[in-house]
Design a binder for this molecule. Structure first.
Ligand code: HEM
Length: 121
């Protein structure tokens, strides 16, 4: 991947964690509770996006917060009904878009765990 999708301002990341995070806990981390981080998951991998107000309760991308939004990211959709984990049946082009978002997030946000029960291969 090299410099592709690299942030303009360097980001120092923590070692990725693989703590299990239940879908219920993930849902609570939607930016509405200031005692919790704001999380976005894709392919079952959970990223901490707290630092970016775009995912906060008033942000343009709040629809992704507290969810595994794989399908929406793959389809370039902001519809709440697309913010679901299922991506396996998508077209190759859409799967590539999802992989690109994964690279983008990986370079910006700490991985804080895995969604319990997620299928991520
Ligand atoms: C009119 C259409 C859209 C406009 C004008 C727009 C604009 C933007 C802008 C200005 C950024 C910030 C880029 C940066 O930080 O350098 C951004 C980021 C982003 N956009 Fe959009 N966008 C649009 C549609 C969409 C759609 C349909 C999706 C659905 C997947 C989407 C998902 C995202 C995501 C995930 C980010 C990354 C935020 C981050 O974590 O930094 N956008 N967009």
């Amino acid at each position: 991947m090299g410099e592709r999708f690299a942030p303009k301002v360097p980001v120092t990341l923590d070692a990725p964690k693989d703590d299990p995070i239940s879908p219920e806990e993930l849902a609570k981390c939607d930016g509405s509770d200031s005692s919790r981080p704001t999380l976005v998951a894709m392919k079952g991998i959970v990223f901490d996006v707290t630092k970016n107000p775009m995912y906060s309760a008033t942000g343009s991308y709040k629809v992704f917060a507290g969810k595994d939004a794989s399908r929406a990211l793959a389809k370039s959709s902001l519809k709440p009904e697309d913010c679901v984990p299922e991506w396996y049946d998508l077209e190759d082009k859409e799967k590539t878009v999802l992989d690109e978002w994964y690279q983008f997030f990986s370079k910006r946000y700490n991985i804080v765990g895995k969604v319990e029960g997620a299928k991520n291969t």
